[in-house]
Design a protein around this ligand. Structure first.
Ligand code: MTE
Length: 400
């Protein structure tokens, strides 16, 4: 296969055929890892072959900054890693594929996308340079509004590419990075070795891997993968209509950027059998939640009666201690702190008295972010099957 040079963990569940490689960890294994996901179990979303980069080629990996800039640049990775020129940062960031939880959508009505479970999400400490520091040196022209990005992977319709807004890039609190390390080691091939963009709080599709180009433009990216992927088209657009009416694809309003609030139950697993007698008096239900656009999750509610009544779960924001620890470990000047943002998932837990579980058929979870946006009860189906954020439900069986 084209990816012969790439080693992969056998625990990863393949979601597509042999190639390209798309995979997620079993949900329980992912959660057992804790706050940081090891590179072996980090979800993988590749549109095509993984570019092969030899160790000795890494320092000379080049990327360019061009388009609406006063000073077009070609930068080598060893120059980017030089801390006298560019401030180096290490921060924990959660990446989420826009297709996370698509399996549930496909069960309702088949979309054009493959079936992600709920493990299309992972977290790592990313080390690199703020994209704003590079773009500032290149000097954006007044007309520039977007930063287009392009990767080295060769695909049927050109290189993978997309964009983010220039004003987001220049806002340091958005934390948009050019990263070369993940959890302290150089990026693995599947995750963009040797250089990728990392765009916190937005769908993973904007975090371009194997990064070769930054292009400042007035209009959004015209890359095929920016237009035909990572969009939520209106729900009435069927696969047939989408295939025959190009106008649905070119409307930039349908492009997804920020993630929306989402939460998932990891324990109990779907269809798990719970024994209410003979064991502990309470059952601890657990799972994860994440918000979008840097907004923190402020509550997680669990229902044992399909949303009739709700219980408030405890939330562990491990991100805060990791930010402090990574500053101590890796340094980084504190001229900004991302104090008011959240770029990571959090974990929730709820102790349920066993006696309350006896009559329950299922458990349902929903969360709310600091903008008071709550996960909707109902699913929004769209042709690409994306951003499924409706209440997450697991069926349970009570023994006896
Ligand atoms: N960048 C390139 N060059 N090629 C790709 O196929 N996939 C995107 C994004 N960046 C992609 C890419 C998508 S859709 C996602 S969700 C993330 O990478 C996945 O990152 P990961 O594989 O490191 O988890």
């Amino acid at each position: 296969t084209p990816d012969m040079h790439v080693c992969r963990d056998p625990r990863l569940i393949r979601l597509t055929g042999a190639h390209p490689f798309n995979a997620e960890a079993p949900l329980t294994a992912l959660l057992d890892e804790g706050f940081l996901t090891s590179p072996e179990l980090f979800f993988v979303r590749n549109h095509g072959p993984v570019p092969e980069v030899l160790d000795n080629e890494i320092p000379d990996w080049e990327f360019t900054v061009s388009g609406l800039v006063e000073n077009p640049m070609t930068i080598r990775l060893h120059e980017l890693m030089n801390k006298r020129t560019y401030e180096q940062h290490t921060y924990p960031i959660t990446l989420v594929c826009a297709g996370n939880r698509r399996k549930e959508q496909n069960q309702v009505r088949k979309s054009n996308g493959f079936s992600w479970g709920a493990a299309g999400v992972s977290t790592a400490l990313f080390t690199g340079v703020l994209m704003s520091d590079v773009v500032r040196l290149a000097g954006p022209c007044r007309k520039a509004r977007y930063v287009c990005m392009e990767g080295a992977d060769k695909l049927p319709n050109g290189h993978y590419g997309t964009c983010v807004k220039l004003n987001w890039v220049m806002d340091q609190n958005k934390g948009i990075m050019l990263a070369y390390k993940m959890n302290g080691e150089m990026l693995r091939p599947d995750h963009g070795r040797p250089l990728r963009a990392v765009v916190p709080g937005q769908i993973g599709g904007r975090s371009v891997k194997w990064l070769k180009k930054l292009i400042l433009t007035e209009a959004p990216s015209n890359n095929y993968y920016h237009i035909y992927d990572n969009r939520v088209l209106p729900t009435m657009v069927s696969p047939e209509v989408a295939a025959n009416e190009p106008k649905w694809w070119t409307d930039e309003r349908y492009a997804i950027y920020d993630l929306s609030p989402n939460s998932v139950i990891a324990k109990p697993a779907h269809d798990e059998t719970v024994s209410p007698v003979g064991g502990p008096e309470t059952y601890r239900a657990t799972g994860y939640a994440y918000g979008g656009g840097g907004r923190r999750i402020t509550r997680v509610d669990v229902s044992l009666d399909q949303g009739g009544t709700w219980r408030l779960a405890d939330i562990d924001y491990a991100e805060d201690s990791y930010r402090k620890a990574s500053r101590a470990l890796y340094g980084g000047k504190l001229d900004f702190q991302w104090r008011d943002t959240s770029f990571c998932w959090c974990f929730w837990a709820l102790d349920i008295p066993m006696k309350d579980l006896v009559d329950a058929k299922d458990l349902v979870v929903r969360c709310m972010d600091e903008g008071m946006c709550v996960q909707p009860r109902d699913m929004y189906w769209s042709v690409l099957g994306m951003i499924n954020a409706c209440w997450f439900r697991v069926a349970i069986n009570i023994e006896g």
